[in-house]
Design a protein around this ligand. Structure first.
Ligand code: F6R
Length: 368
């Protein structure tokens, strides 16, 4: 049942290229130039034209996918997006109108807080789009429209392929919406779709270097605390990398926006503290590199996740690095999270924990 892998989590990490292909299949036109989402029956081009704000609501890892979704929609469609934790959303009197699109993201489709947020949004007259992995789940049944992620069943408690499939769903939906409003040119859309087409093979290349990450993970497993840093989408991925590590290895970590470190947190960076720095956003490269140097100057032991081609330049400022294949910076979370998933898997393994069933966690959280 684990297909030759020691754990479901490792199997599911390795299933990501297939999950990307399955989630994209049939949703991109034959010529590779357009997104087709016939499943959207409420969110017709006409309805989408009337939307003036978006709320993305989810829990945990799905919320982290929503943080990427925010940047995707704001970049491609130029409509303001807020991303919220579902257990906070309902209680802060969010401003929801019939012109609001609420996107709920849930692998299981049964998370109580997410379902409650969906109901509240509909009560206020908003349209709700669900991104879920389970056909026939409560969220799928109640939402106005559904984009199913085709990740296949996810057994390990720590979500991996469901998260990355949610990213693919956001890219497809963002591009689809941009097509209907004309906020991106046909050339730009075709360019992004071409880059998406390469993602599965690029993930395969990352997976083939899992042993490099295993070595780093064994070192990190000896630490009691560490930091993940990044800017922009790298920060969103840092949050996910930190959550993954905490939930299955029980090592404390914090994800920080790299530019925010100097507003207090640098005090915790001392000799030998591991820092995992994400450096994939080309527009923010210089700024993040200078934040990495700030940690290095205080004795941090830095692992950088970099784009191929930057290795020589980055080598002077970090202790170790892992290069990921080049893609568009909007798409890089779909690659950069993979080494972090492997890092948490191998750290948990090195510590002898139950990787697939971490303590105190359930796969589906049906209480608020
Ligand atoms: C972390 C994890 C959880 C879930 C969260 C939401 O690896 O799996 O944080 O992402 O409980 O679950 P769903 O997506 O089923 O609503």
């Amino acid at each position: 049942e684990k297909g030759g892998f020691d754990h479901f989590m490792l199997k599911e990490i390795h299933e990501q290229p297939k999950a990307y292909r399955d989630t994209m299949r049939g949703r991109i036109s034959e010529d590779g130039k357009n997104v087709v989402l016939p499943e959207l029956t409420t969110l017709t081009p006409e309805t989408l034209k009337g939307i003036n704000r978006v709320h993305i609501v989810a829990c945990g890892t799905a919320m982290h996918a929503g943080l990427v979704g925010k940047t995707v929609i704001e970049t491609l469609v130029r409509i303001p997006v807020e991303t919220d934790v579902a257990s906070e959303y309902r209680y802060r009197s969010p401003i929801i109108t019939p012109e609001t699109l609420v996107i709920v993201v849930s692998q299981s489709g049964e998370t109580a807080d997410t379902l409650a947020a969906l109901r509240e949004a509909q009560r206020c007259g908003a349209k709700v789009l669900a991104i879920t992995n389970v056909v026939g789940s409560s969220v799928a049944r109640e939402a106005d429209d559904v984009i199913i992620t085709l990740a296949g069943p996810e057994i390990a408690v720590a979500s991996t392929k469901a998260y990355t499939s949610q990213l693919i769903a956001f890219y497809l939906f963002g591009l689809y919406w941009a097509q209907t409003t004309g906020s991106q040119t046909a050339e730009q859309i075709a360019h992004i779709l071409a880059a998406m087409d390469s993602l599965p093979e690029q993930v395969e290349r990352i997976l083939s270097q899992a042993d490099t990450i295993k070595t780093v993970a064994e070192d990190i497993s000896k630490s009691s605390s560490l930091f993940f840093i990044g800017r922009g989408l790298d920060f969103a991925v840092a949050l996910e990398g930190s959550l993954k590590l905490k939930e299955i290895s029980y090592i404390h970590s914090e994800a920080y926006a790299a530019g925010e470190l100097k507003h207090g947190t640098l005090a915790l960076i001392e000799e030998g503290v591991p820092v995992i720095a994400l450096l994939t956003q080309e527009d923010l490269y210089e700024k993040t590199l200078s934040n990495i140097k700030e940690t290095k100057a205080r004795g941090a032991h830095v692992l950088a996740i970099v784009n191929e081609g930057h290795e020589a330049e980055v080598a002077k400022s970090v202790d170790r690095q892992f290069a990921i294949p080049r893609t568009l910076q909007l798409l890089s979370p779909a690659l950069s999270v993979v080494p972090l998933q492997l890092l948490s898997y191998y750290a948990s393994l090195a510590l002898g924990h139950d990787v697939d069933k971490p303590r105190n966690l359930a796969k589906s959280v049906t209480v608020e």
